[in-house]
Design a protein around this ligand. Structure first.
Ligand SMILES: [Zn+2]
Length: 261
């Protein structure tokens, strides 16, 4: 596991060396404002995360249906399953979160010139991903458990067969939920990667840059009641994207002098 994470970090660093043109520092007058484009590989990272969640959850659903038996009996799914069932999902998700964190940190680093201790950034990435994926996967598992508790009785009350039961559990274990989680968590890991660099900048040079919320460029997010009003405004309440499931918002950083009060 740790070896896999290390390899991912190295891969991300290697790839970033070929991606520098995506990051465009814009110089405006004396002060420099850095406009960061969303890395082109953001969609690829999202897809990758969705893929690992989908395949994990497909296997999980097979395992659950085997445990439930025919006819399905929820009491066969014991506490041990719920206490340990999340581990494989966490093992799948964690390295992708690390990769996203590091790639975004690298992208951010391309826009500023500070000497950053990469070992520290990598340690931060691994620490954050390990801690956060634990919370995330527990949340995912709780929702699944509740869904199962609601759905299984309907097998009997509504006269379903096992095919129908499987179909009904697809919304919990299927690709649509996986995609939703992937979009949201890619946003989160990317935001965290940038913040790690900004913290390093602050530590190294004392410079405090101001984060500015950016909605993604689709109409839906401009109209989003949570993100729409935040667009283009400095983040002052320590709330960073994602603001809600499927949030693809991002952040740019500017010098405090450039921000109009
Ligand atoms: Zn948003």
């Amino acid at each position: 596991m740790r070896r896999q994470v290390k390899q991912l970090v190295l891969d991300a660093l290697y790839r970033s060396a070929e991606r520098k043109p995506e990051i465009i520092p814009l110089l405006t007058g004396k002060a420099a404002a850095f406009v960061k484009l969303i890395p082109l590989n953001r969609a690829a990272l999202e897809r990758k995360l969705a893929r690992v969640i989908t395949s994990n959850q497909r296997a999980e659903l097979d395992k659950l249906l085997r445990l439930l038996g025919d006819p399905p009996d929820l009491s066969r799914v014991n506490d041990e399953y719920w206490q340990n069932g999340w581990r494989s999902l966490q093992a799948d998700i964690e390295p992708v979160l690390v990769e996203t964190f590091v790639q975004q940190a690298v992208a951010m680093l391309d826009t500023i010139s500070i000497g950053v201790d990469w070992a520290l950034i990598n340690t931060n990435a691994v620490r954050w991903a390990s801690q956060y994926s634990f919370e995330l996967v527990h949340g995912i598992t709780d929702v699944s458990r509740r869904a199962l508790q609601e759905i299984i009785p309907r097998f009997y009350t509504d006269g379903w067969d096992l095919g129908k039961l499987r179909g009904m559990l697809e919304s919990t274990y299927g690709p649509i939920r996986a995609e939703m989680i992937a979009i949201t968590e890619t946003t989160r890991a990317a935001t965290e990667g940038e913040r790690a660099i900004m913290d390093a900048l602050n530590r190294e040079s004392g410079v405090q840059m101001v984060p500015i919320w950016q909605t993604s460029n689709d109409e839906a997010s401009h109209k989003c009641p949570i993100c729409g009003p935040r667009h283009g405004k400095p983040i002052q309440d320590n709330m960073f994207p994602p603001a809600h499931p499927r949030c693809r918002c991002w952040v740019i950083y500017d010098y405090a002098d450039n921000i109009k009060p």
